[in-house]
Design a protein around this ligand. Structure first.
Ligand code: 6R9
Length: 654
């Protein structure tokens, strides 16, 4: 059923969905109003859904005042996150499947891990980590494929009060070393190889290369995923299966404070090195659990599948912590959407009778390009709710998803959030809102979005409007600090617009008060739903001996959303050849990882700069978008001729 608003077609929930969902329109309005008018009462009540060792008496204690930013929720309560995700389900659903593991190779049988089995595995892992010297507050880095051991390791850290920091398996040895050192980790957990799309990434040899740049005391725990050949350093490397055979399957869940860190996750910003985003134990878990339940309308017995990797925040909150806190069955998929062919996602949905399916627009666009026959041959009748995350979804992809996957019957929740936010901040709720393709719609409970005028920093109250998206007050899932650098935390998120959390995104609010994300307003680009700081790619490029200067911007890319466009000025006398282009691509892949590989490299004899020497990125973005008719004010350019050359030799001619 569709209707017209002034913005676009709208898709109200079917009568069946609206009647059965946890939250209908009236309930949303009531609960939202309560959550804003009295956050202490609202979260104080909802916080009780977790098992607390010592119940909290205080709920919210937060300030966004620059210079004294402090965020505390449930600060005098104690709990154990692992006990909340595993132990407390044993009595009621010990034999229910907690995790369905679907391997990369469809011929390899799937594994169904019950809550009981999960408990045993997590206890063993906890004892193995303790045996390696890990204690409460210590950091453990995970560099793993999408295998159950990744979830065991996360939960085992939570069990003993250690802090995990997951490094996506697509990152390079250098990136891994920087994160091991940045977090001063005691142990790195890795695997011999990571099978993905029929290929194998040599994780252990990457870890070996990384560990050369880390303290000698760092230990390496190795899961043998494929049994392939690896090198071995005695005294540093430990074989998981050997230790597993002897590990005790009982382990005490350590009492931690609600504000003790649960994990650190590095993410790209607009400047410098990635930041270690720190999340708490109590507030984070509650927020992940509540958003999982309401946004996906999760019900007892549902099978939930989030296709993200646990190396990203989406995997943390919606493969592991949210679903398991709710006692759900969560799917962990090791592979990729197009292997062995473009029907894999849909076959897995059919095979495991998935009820909620959550993926990224880039995956939808890639599959859309392969045609509908791949999706038509699967029985998708179990699906009830669909979701997207990571970037704005274009209407073509939304419609394809709605028509071919949801068959017009499944609400699509377009969830806007960030590594920093811990869980969804803007999203429709399936039983409450009439969807608009491309809109992240409404704030979740307790979230107060505001649109600010970018110049004056003033709040704009009327709608429709457009500006920068900020959040007015704290929610329990908010990051607490940047690991080891609280000053950077305050400067990044609370200094541009005083008194608000600055998201880095621009947005539009339509006449109905619904939100539309327009993309980043800083130097962060979004490549296939992954955040990439252009500064990181630039510093990788200039680290190459033949490169004098580099400037990196995003440009529209049909499948990836944004591609990486690099302007490179070579050292004097260096010949700009095709070989060198290839060499630079490979260079960036090895420096950062395959996700950062440049799509286009343009040789730039000079970069457009102001007289004070600042690179004018606005101009470079326009040229990369092949939209140089609208270059804007160029009167401050030091050397206008530079721009003519760049336009003439642009790589992205339409
Ligand atoms: C969860 C996640 C965060 C950035 C964010 C925004 C973009 C995420 C979006 C979206 C439009 C959505 N983003 N979800 N843009 N619509 N539904 O992706 O975290 O990797 O930290 O990226 O992604 O620009 O600021 P993260």
């Amino acid at each position: 059923m569709t209707g017209q608003s002034q913005d676009t077609a709208t898709y109200p929930p079917s009568a069946e969905i609206a009647a059965n969902a946890h939250i209908d329109a009236e309930t949303y309005n009531r609960m939202y109003a309560e959550s804003i008018s009295d956050p202490d009462a609202f979260w104080g009540e909802h916080g009780k859904q977790l098992d607390w060792i010592k119940p909290y008496t205080k709920v919210k204690d937060t300030t966004f005042d620059f210079g004294k930013v402090s965020i505390k929720w449930f600060e005098d309560g104690t709990l154990n996150v692992c006990a909340n995700c595993v132990d407390r389900h044993l009595e009621t659903r010990g034999d229910q499947t907690a995790i369905i593991f679907e391997p990369d190779n469809p011929e390899e049988p799937a594994q169904h891990i019950t809550y009981k089995a999960l408990h045993t595995e997590v206890c063993k892992m906890a004892n193995i980590l303790e045996g390696l010297g890990v204690r409460k507050g210590d950091r453990v880095v995970l560099y793993l494929p999408m295998i159950p051991e990744a979830a065991y390791a996360m939960l085992a850290c939570a069990r003993i009060g250690a802090i995990h920091s997951i490094v996506f398996a697509g990152f390079s040895p250098d990136a891994l070393a920087a994160r091991v050192n940045g977090a001063d980790a005691k142990v790195v957990i890795t695997a011999d190889y990571a099978p993905r799309g029929g290929r194998q990434t040599p994780l252990k040899s990457n870890a070996d290369a990384a560990l050369l740049h880390c303290k000698d005391s760092v230990k390496c725990l190795v899961v043998k995923r494929t049994g392939g050949q690896t090198t071995w350093v005695d005294g540093r490397d430990y074989d998981y299966s050997e230790l597993h055979a002897e590990a005790d399957d009982h382990s005490r869940a350590v009492e931690v404070n609600a504000e003790d860190p649960l994990f650190v996750l590095y993410t790209s910003g607009s400047t410098g090195q990635p930041k270690g985003v720190v999340h708490s134990s109590g507030g984070y878990l509650l927020y992940a659990a509540m958003t999982h339940k309401y946004v996906f309308d999760y019900k007892e017995g549902d099978v939930f599948w989030c296709t993200a990797d646990v190396g990203w925040v989406t995997g943390h909150s919606y493969i592991v912590y949210g679903p398991l806190a709710n006692g759900a069955t969560t799917v962990m998929f090791e592979g990729v959407p197009t292997y062995p062919d473009a029907s894999r996602f849909w076959e897995v949905c059919e095979k495991h009778k998935v009820n909620q399916f959550y993926t990224a627009p880039t995956a939808i666009r890639a599959l859309m390009g392969k045609g509908t026959e791949f999706v038509e041959k699967a029985d998708l009748s179990s699906l009830r709710i669909l979701g997207t995350v990571g970037e704005p979804i274009n209407p073509e992809a939304w419609n394809w998803y709605n028509d071919n996957v949801g068959k017009g019957k499944c609400p699509i929740v377009d969830t806007w959030w960030q590594t920093e936010t811990g869980g969804h901040l803007l999203t429709p709720l399936p039983g409450a809102h009439a969807l608009k393709p491309g809109s992240a719609m409404k704030p979740f409970f307790g979230v107060e979005p505001v649109v600010l005028d970018p110049q004056s920093g003033e709040e704009i109250h009327e709608s429709p409007t457009e500006g920068v998206l900020c959040i007015k007050a704290s929610w329990p899932g908010q990051m607490r600090t940047v690991y080891g650098d609280h000053e950077r935390f305050e400067k990044t998120y609370f200094s541009d617009y005083k008194g608000y959390y600055f998201t880095g995104d621009g947005c539009r609010r339509d006449a109905d008060g619904d939100y539309w994300i327009t993309g980043r307003v800083d130097d962060v680009i979004n490549v296939s739903g992954h955040r990439m700081g252009t500064a990181e790619v630039e510093s990788a490029l200039v680290a190459h001996a033949k490169v004098a200067e580099a400037a990196v911007v995003g440009y529209p890319h049909d499948i990836k959303g944004q591609g990486i466009y690099c302007y490179v000025t070579l050292m004097n006398g260096v010949e700009p050849t095709e070989e060198l282009r290839k060499e630079l691509r490979t260079w960036v892949r090895t420096e950062i990882g395959p996700i950062a590989a440049p799509d286009l490299i343009q040789w730039a004899p000079g970069l457009p700069k102001t007289r004070s020497g600042k690179i004018m990125r606005r101009i470079l973005r326009k040229i990369a978008e092949d939209d140089f008719g609208a270059l804007g004010d160029t009167s401050t350019l030091a050397e206008p001729a530079v721009v003519d050359d760049l336009i003439e030799n642009r790589m992205n001619k339409k």
